[in-house]
Design a protein around this ligand. Structure first.
Ligand code: 13P
Ligand code: SF4
Length: 307
């Protein structure tokens, strides 16, 4: 157990050396385990990682995150090799919508525009009008000229967008099992233990949680908000992996999880071992059939161009 950090450092050095030799870039989501964030060239939220993936001059992108994130990188950069070190790392919310059911619902609603959260498959993005992330959902919603919209798959994100725009938004009954499980009682208890702390929530939390929040932010938005705030204690209504990068960014401030239950198993499936293995053997290649990729690119690119 005691030798773990040293072993990690040896692995990290090995991975960095190999990545340099192969002209590979390592991207990691903010929820990734600490040692993965340490080996990464760049960390960020979904929007930042999509933009970084579209701009990198590297030949290989090692995506330390979940499947839809690596798939989005491939949609934007089909000429690059995109590797997901553990192909089992998925997102349960992304699996709550499929393209056939989505097209059916869109038609039933009179073909209104569809905004799809990036936490979705390429096939779902391909039948959508535009994508959004937690960082830009309000901007994307306001960019649609029609007043009625279908938003998928996250019903909580859709309710947040409806509450903050003048649009009528039809919900899809998807959710993140970890954010959706946070209860007002969890938040009240955390506030009682840390009475001086501000509560920052991710928009994947249910509306009754967002009502209790001092600020609603994407994962990187939380890191920025904490830096700009004159307060020095924060309760985080998001996956507990964020505690590591936010504490590293603001070492003089204190961060507490709103609930220890908010642990995304899939986000922890990437290990230093599988990153090294994937880079050595070029395993975990993510690809999308060209016809689907081109259609999905339309909705991802529209979102990026809104920036
Ligand atoms: P962010 O885009 O805020 O990083 O969130 C991604 C995600 O999967 C949240 O559960
Ligand atoms: Fe998906 Fe939730 Fe995990 Fe984010 S935290 S990747 S939405 S399951």
């Amino acid at each position: 157990m005691k030798t773990q950090p040293r072993n990690n450092q040896i692995m990290i050095n090995k991975i960095k050396q190999l990545a340099k030799e192969k002209n590979a870039i390592i991207l990691a989501h903010n929820y990734q385990p600490p040692e993965i964030q340490e080996v990464a060239d760049l960390c960020g939220d979904s929007l930042e990682l999509s933009i970084l993936a579209s701009k990198t001059p590297a030949d290989i992108i090692i995506f330390c995150g979940v499947h839809f994130m690596a798939e989005t990188a491939y949609i934007l950069s089909p000429d690059k090799t995109v590797l997901l070190p553990n192909p089992d790392a998925g997102c349960p919310m992304a699996d709550m919508v499929d393209p056939v059911s989505l097209v059916k619902k869109k038609e039933a609603l009179g073909n209104i525009p569809v905004i799809t959260y990036v936490n979705s498959s390429a096939a779902v993005k391909a039948v959508s009008d535009i994508c959004c992330t937690s960082a830009n959902v309000i901007r994307v919603t306001n960019s649609i000229k029609e007043n009625e919209i279908l938003m998928t798959p996250d019903r909580n994100l859709a309710q947040y967008a409806a509450a903050n725009t003048s649009k009528k938004i039809h919900l899809w009954e998807g959710f993140c099992p970890f954010h959706n499980n946070l209860t007002p009682q969890d938040v009240t208890e955390a506030k009682a233990i840390h009475p001086k702390a501000l509560f920052i929530a991710h928009p994947e939390c249910p509306p009754e949680i967002l009502e209790l929040a001092d600020s609603i932010q994407s994962t990187s938005g939380m890191i920025r908000f904490a830096g700009e705030s004159d307060k020095d204690q924060f309760i985080l209504g998001t996956e507990i992996g964020l505690i590591y990068p936010i504490s590293k960014a603001h070492p003089n401030k204190k961060f507490y999880p709103a609930s220890g239950k908010m642990y995304c198993i899939d986000m922890k499936k990437i290990t230093l071992e599988n990153v090294l293995d994937s880079l050595e053997k070029m395993t975990g290649k993510i690809m999308v059939p060209e016809e689907i990729r081109k259609a999905a690119l339309g909705s991802v690119q529209k979102m990026i161009d809104l920036k």
